[in-house]
Design a protein around this ligand. Sequence first.
Ligand SMILES: Cc1cc2nc3c(=O)[nH]c(=O)nc-3n(C[C@H](O)[C@H](O)[C@H](O)COP(=O)(O)O)c2cc1C
Length: 322
Amino acid sequence: MQIDSLKIDKPVFMAPMAGVSDFPYRKIVREMGCQLVYTEMVSAKGINYGNNHSEELIDFSREGGLIAVQIFGDDPGQMAQAAKEIDNKFRPDIIDINMGCPAKKIVKTGAGSALMKNPELAEKIIRQVVKAVSVPVTVKMRSGWAENNTNAVEIALKAEKAGAAAVAVHGRTRNQFYRGKADWQVIKEVSENLGIPVIGNGDIFDPQDVIDMFNETGCKAVMIGRGCQGNPWIFKRIIHYLQTGKILPRVTEFDKINMAIRHLQMACDYYGEDIAIPLMRKHLAWYLKGMPNSSKVKNEINQIYDKNKVVSILESYRNHLL
Ligand SMILES: Cc1cc2nc3c(=O)[nH]c(=O)nc-3n(C[C@H](O)[C@H](O)[C@H](O)COP(=O)(O)O)c2cc1C
């Protein structure tokens, strides 16, 4: 598939996830063959005010693939200014506009999925961002704000008209948050109505889901969120399946714990232990999910701030499992 002039031969992307799709995890996912990864969402206002945290969220390496920086905001001028600054300073491959975040603190400002209630403003934002930057601009949206107003087709058509190079559609409304089942029919309707590529998103957890998503919706690529939490191998398995039609065996508990340790090490190297250890707790819990007696191990880890101690607990748990 192609997004503007960017040719992508493995159409399986990692979704933007605040608190998850950070620098260390993007590196791991890229090693698994994922060609396009997204940053966590970054505040346009934060960028315009020179907020260090916003810039930290953007920090990326070009090594191993393409990067989309996702921004959120509700003001066309502010969004365009932030996008321009990001383009000039960081030169990402894509700038993505967040029209899907359901969080109260974001939607009450008019940003994220609240933009789906205001199609004119959404279009204005996209048009001004497209004008301000030299890279392709994409939009990530939900199916709509609420069940009685699933207007993804309308917003996607406006995005295309405003110059977006692709749209990603998460088949849930804002009011659903992450509950229930994603509605792939909406993704199909958007695909049928658009000339630019559509990226399907929602409830992809294994290789067969990707085939189903392609067949049922006609989308050109898929985007994976929760399915890659504690499971970076999902990209390798899906890409292998798409290329060969064969399913790779699942990784062992031994491999998962080793990856957990490596991920922890990478996060500590990147952030320093003080920041990395609390940030890593959810990732470690995801890696250990479903393993025998892992809740005891997780509880133990959650009390500790020393990397070496966490590693030694994980190693002894791993050796005990063998
Ligand atoms: C922890 C978490 C953080 C997320 N953060 C963002 C974000 O920053 N920007 C965004 O557009 N979507 C965000 N999302 C939504 C995902 O990108 C994705 O659309 C959603 O999880 C549905 O895909 P899935 O069923 O594969 O998880 C987030 C989702 C989760 C679970």
